[in-house]
Design a protein around this ligand. Structure first.
Ligand code: BJW
Length: 233
């Protein structure tokens, strides 16, 4: 532990599950309720924008009814108290539960539910209202807003910053993600090649579990506070 200075933490849907937000690939998860190619691809949006806008309106509204859980709180504590090096929480989640728990060093590689992207002027705006009614862009007034999220076939955000942080890291921790979606699923192998120690905290072994130096199974709400306590003490 004494050798660890810089930490990169990757979070996925599993960290928000105990807050009541559906994961994607679990039984009864979002991809059983909706066809991924219809709601999470640029082609699906071009085919049926009303369906896609409605899907994200529903999830944005649901966000108002949930609160951060013990895992978000623990990472916020780590963010506040980790002084011996850098820390970056890279989240694939589009919810704002890390921020609402108090974490500051958070990077949303798949975008955010509470942000709108204008297809006309390409500007981003904070957004906390429905989009199905085709509201105007706050910057250019064109009624061309889409959810500011990363769909399949699109480039995730801030990849240069993520890889830079991984190169400088001593420890990579992956929490509550299935390891099914790239490039995030490849971070563990990238980290290993760079000589970074790797730890997985997940309900069950993920697809890339064998790549980790250590894998712990259990609920994020229990595993994450215990690990944070361990690393801070
Ligand atoms: C708990 C728990 C509890 C439950 N406690 N744990 C072949 C090879 C390589 C790549 C590709 C390929 N074919 C196509 C691709 C590319 C494609 C891809 O990966 N496809 C795969 C399906 C194969 N990727 C892309 O297109 C990406 N872009 C891209 O690659 O650009 C080119 C590029 C090249 C080089 C460098 C950089 C870029 C874009 C991917 C965009 C993904 N978008 C989504 C939707 C975002 C908006 C929204 O939220 O609607 O992101 S899809 C969805 O999956 C969402 C998630 O962030 C992402 C990952 O899901 P996650 O978080 O892992 O959730 P689950 O449900 O899968 O897993 C939950 C886990 O939690 C489980 O393990 C549970 O056990 C666990 N859990 N409860 C702890 N209480």
């Amino acid at each position: 532990m004494a050798e660890i200075r810089n930490i990169v933490i990757l979070t996925g849907a599993g960290i928000s599950a105990e807050s009541g937000i559906d994961t994607f690939r679990s039984a009864g998860g979002l991809w059983e309720q909706h066809r991924v190619e219809n709601v999470a691809t640029p082609e699906g949006f071009a085919r049926d924008p009303a369906l896609v806008l409605g899907f994200y309106d529903m999830r944005r509204e649901a966000l108002g009814k949930v609160v951060p859980n013990a895992a978000h709180d623990a990472l916020a504590r780590l963010d506040a108290e980790w002084k011996q090096g850098d820390l970056l929480i890279v989240t694939q989640n589009v919810d704002d539960l890390h921020e609402r728990a108090g974490a500051r060093r958070v990077l949303h590689m798949h975008g955010e539910l509470k942000s709108a992207l204008c297809r006309s002027c390409e500007m981003r705006s904070p957004w906390d209202a429905p989009m199905s009614n085709r509201p105007p862009c706050p910057v250019c007034q064109a009624p061309m807003l889409r959810p500011d999220v990363v769909w399949f076939g699109e480039m995730p955000y801030q990849m240069d910053r993520i890889y830079r942080a991984l190169r400088e890291a001593d420890l990579f921790v992956s929490i509550g993600t299935s390891g099914a979606v790239y490039p995030a699923a490849g971070f563990v192998r990238d980290a290993r090649e760079m000589g970074v120690r790797t730890l997985e905290l997940n309900l069950e072994r993920s697809e890339g579990s064998h790549w980790f130096d250590e894998s712990r199974q259990g609920r994020a709400g229990e595993l994450v506070p215990a690990w944070v306590e361990e690393i801070l003490s």
